[in-house]
Design a binder for this molecule. Structure first.
Ligand SMILES: C[S@@+](CC[C@H](N)C(=O)[O-])C[C@H]1O[C@@H](n2cnc3c(N)ncnc32)[C@H](O)[C@@H]1O
Length: 514
């Protein structure tokens, strides 16, 4: 087993000497008490304590806030500054509606560039469980925890994430004893979030299952990848494809939830064992050295089991009910009992013209569910209309003066993609439905934190945050603040023509009117 130096890896090493995880855990706990709370590293080379009480499942205990936060060093919070946002040209009649919006919301803007990292996945990279699957579009646990505190959430409140992604909001909620509900349209997101949120009672069983899987000799697989999804043959050597399919077939023979645990391990190594890298909006082909599948899987599973051990030893998750299912945020797809019951929604929708998630996660989707190119296109078309390949719907058009202005101006310019206006209109029509649903699920006084980014097409700025704030008003939500967390550069293509015009990324905070 490839091991590094974290305490849990050292504990795993002892397993190689024939101890069971539950025995080691008991010994560990005893040592920590005797040594005044010293770390679990002390158990190296330790024998199971004779006569020690051996419970198969350690009794979970909830950490208090201070202990939870000790897991992460939170950066100092800078003072809040009121800020006048980058102004559109108010002498320009073609920007009148956007200027009106900027002025309308001027008083609720806050510059929070100190939250820059928090709206990214980066702080999660070193966090156990949070980092079981690299989800570059995710935000951080730190952001969610800060918002829980700000919103004054207490145990058993319900948090909802309609764009669940890798499950960050719900996982943080679970740590704090908050009930969580999440939906996502992308099967890989649903699978990842569900698996990360599982209660792993029996670490011995996980450990033995991983050992069994990793020591099963290779045989030719019976299944195949979708033959008409081009990226598979570009990403994986034939031998790698066979190994991946072999492991997937072996994993399918395990019982749930061990099966899902092992499968998540396999899905998590796909980028590493491929000739691709998830890079911005694309799955880029790269030249790199590729580890053997079995070795990559071995260290991933060791890491995952090690994380669970760490959590057991240093503070397990609180108990809370969570559920994640496949669902469309544009539809009222939660059970009726959630209507008017949700205390907080902390979420981030796909950004306008940013990622086509079905392309970014094409490899994982092919191993998980996609059997043909048609399946992939169906997934693509089921997602929020945030990218140019979205399908035009016969939806109800929304009348928004600022949006109409954007569309008029964009249509009057030479465009590098004629579908841009369709996408922009579709995005706001979709988000209008999403916000209507959020308002219906929230209880009076409940809050929404929505991480979004503005966009720019053919030199025309699209103030996504402000347009959404105005839509939210129509659904009974008041905008409490618009926090600017980052200014992002425009594309190099746009910069060459229109100069450097950063667009803002913001967190908008809404409260449901009582
Ligand atoms: C920015 S990501 C969310 C990341 C998440 N906050 C995290 O920390 O992992 C946006 C998510 O929206 C999902 N999505 C796209 N269209 C959707 C729809 N119509 N309904 C629900 N989810 C959708 C995508 O699959 C993606 O997982």
């Amino acid at each position: 087993m490839a091991l590094n130096n974290s305490p849990s890896d050292r504990v795993l090493k002892i397993c190689d000497h024939g101890f069971k995880l539950s025995e080691i855990e008991v010994a560990c706990r005893k040592t920590r008490v005797e040594s005044g709370g010293e770390s679990a590293v002390l158990v190296i080379n330790m024998k199971p304590t004779p006569g020690a009480k051996r419970s198969r499942t350690a009794k979970p205990f909830a950490l208090n806030d201070a202990q939870q936060l000790a897991l992460i060093e939170l950066p100092e919070v800078a003072l809040r500054h009121k800020v006048a946002p980058l102004q559109p040209d108010d002498g320009n009649p073609a920007q009148r509606e956007r200027v009106r919006l900027e002025n309308k919301y001027r008083d609720v803007f806050e510059l929070r560039l100190d939250w820059r990292r928090l709206v990214t996945y980066v702080p999660n990279k070193d966090l156990p469980v949070y980092n079981w699957f690299k989800y570059k579009e995710g935000f951080s646990r730190e952001l969610v925890v800060r918002l829980f505190r700000e919103f004054g959430l207490v145990k058993r409140d319900i948090v909802f994430d309609p764009f669940v992604g890798s499950g960050t909001t719900l996982l943080a909620g679970k740590e704090f004893g908050l009930h969580g509900v999440g939906i996502d349209m992308l099967p890989i997101s649903v699978f990842v979030a569900q698996t990360k949120l599982t209660d792993w009672e029996d670490l011995d069983l996980l450990w033995q299952s991983a050992q069994r899987l990793l020591t099963t000799p290779f045989r030719q697989p019976r299944s195949a990848f979708a033959a008409d999804v081009r990226i598979i043959n570009l990403a994986f050597a034939k031998e790698t494809q066979r190994e991946l399919l072999f492991f997937k077939e072996e994993i399918e023979a395990f019982e749930s939830p061990v099966r899902e645990f092992l499968l998540l391990g396999l899905l998590s190594i796909l980028e590493d064992v491929s000739a691709t890298s998830k890079d911005g909006q694309f799955l880029r082909l790269v030249q790199k050295s590729i580890p053997p599948v079995r070795e990559a899987l071995r260290s991933m599973l060791a890491k995952m089991i090690g994380d669970l051990l760490d959590l057991r030893l240093f503070g397990p998750m609180a108990r809370a009910r969570t559920f994640v299912r496949q669902g469309d945020a544009r539809e009222m797809c939660l059970p009726k009992r959630y209507e008017g019951r949700v205390s907080a929604i902390i979420t981030s929708p796909p950004y306008l013209n940013r990622y086509d998630y079905s392309r970014t996660y094409a490899l994982e989707l092919c191993l998980l569910t996609v059997k043909s190119h048609r399946d992939m296109v169906n997934i693509r078309h089921s997602l929020l209309r945030s990218h140019v390949e979205s399908r035009q719907h016969q939806g109800k058009e929304i009348a928004m003066p600022a949006l109409d202005e954007v569309l008029r101006e964009v249509r009057s310019k030479p465009l590098n993609n004629e579908r841009l206006p369709i996408m922009i209109q579709g995005y706001f029509e979709d988000m209008n439905l999403v916000i209507r649903n959020l308002a219906a699920y929230l209880k009076p006084g409940g809050r929404v934190a929505l991480v979004v980014a503005n966009a720019q097409f053919a030199g025309e700025s699209v103030p996504t945050d402000l347009i959404l704030c105005e839509l939210a008003e129509h659904h009974g939500l008041t905008t409490e603040s618009i926090r600017v967390t980052r200014y992002k550069g425009n594309s190099s293509q746009q910069m060459a023509i229109y100069g450097r015009r950063p667009v803002r990324e913001t967190i908008v905070i809404w409260r449901k009117n009582a």
